[in-house]
Design a protein. Sequence first.
Length: 285
Amino acid sequence: MDIDRLTEVITEEVRKYLAESGPSAPACACPSPAVSGGTVQDGGNRVSPPQSVGDPFVQQPVPAATQKVLCLIHGEIEEEREFFAALGRWTQDGISVESFIGHSVDRKALEKRGVRVITALSELGTRNEKIKSCRAVILPSLDRTLAAKVALGIADEDLIEIVFSALFYRVPVLAARERLLPNSQTTHGNNLPGMADKIAGYRADLERMGIAVVPMKEMLSRVVHTAKIAIPNSGEVIGHLITAEDAKNLPGPVIRVERGGLVTPTARELLAERGIEIEIVGGKE
C-alpha cells in the first residue's frame, strides 16, 4: 500500500470514530501539519502547542517548602554587601526570612529583599511557637556590647530575650564574628589594651551556651545547610547520613533517625554533649 492510500484509510477511520463519538470539533479537511517531538511544524515555523494547566502529563513547577529563619539585627553589619546578597539567594532556596531590628537599622533595605521586618515582640504573635518553628536564628551584627550582655545573662532588650528563647528550645543560633575582631571597621575600641581578652572571654561563654560565633561566610552557608535538613520537632525522620556539622545544628531534645541510617561517631558525641537523644524509628528490632 502506497503512502497516499494509507493516508486516505487513516483519515476515513478517524472520521468514522468522530461520527460515532458524538458532537465534537469538526474535522479539518486540510492536511494536518506534521508533529515532531511534541512541537508542531507548520510550514517552516516551529510552534510549541499550548500547555493546559490541568494537563496531568505536563509537569507543573512545585514550589519549594518554605523554611523560616529569624534574623536579629541591632546595629551595623560588617560584611553588609555579602549579607544582603545572601538574603536575595535564600528566597530562591525556599528560605523565608523575618528580621527583628533595632531603631537604627534601615528597614527599607531589608523589605526590598523580601524580608518581613519586626520591631516589637508583639509582632511575633505566639513568640515561643514562632521561634520553635525557625530553622535558625542569626545575629549578623554581633558586637562586644551585645556579646557581653548575652554572656552575662543581661536580658534588658527584646532581642536578647529572643536569643535566650531560641537557645532554650535548641534552635540553632549563629552569629557573625566580624564586629568582635580587633580590626573591625564598624566597632571602635576592640583593639584597646585588655579588650581582646575580654572579648575572647565573651565568645567562649557564648560558645558554651550553644551560640556558634563564626565568620560571616560560614554563618550564611550554615543557614542554607540547616534549612535543608529535617527538623525532628516537626515529627520528620532523618534518613540521610548525620555528620558532625549536622549535629551542631540539629535541635533537640530528641532526633528521630531512620533505622539503618548512619550517625558518625563525632556526631554522636556532639549530640550527647548537647543533651540530645537519638531515637531509632522503623524496621524490626
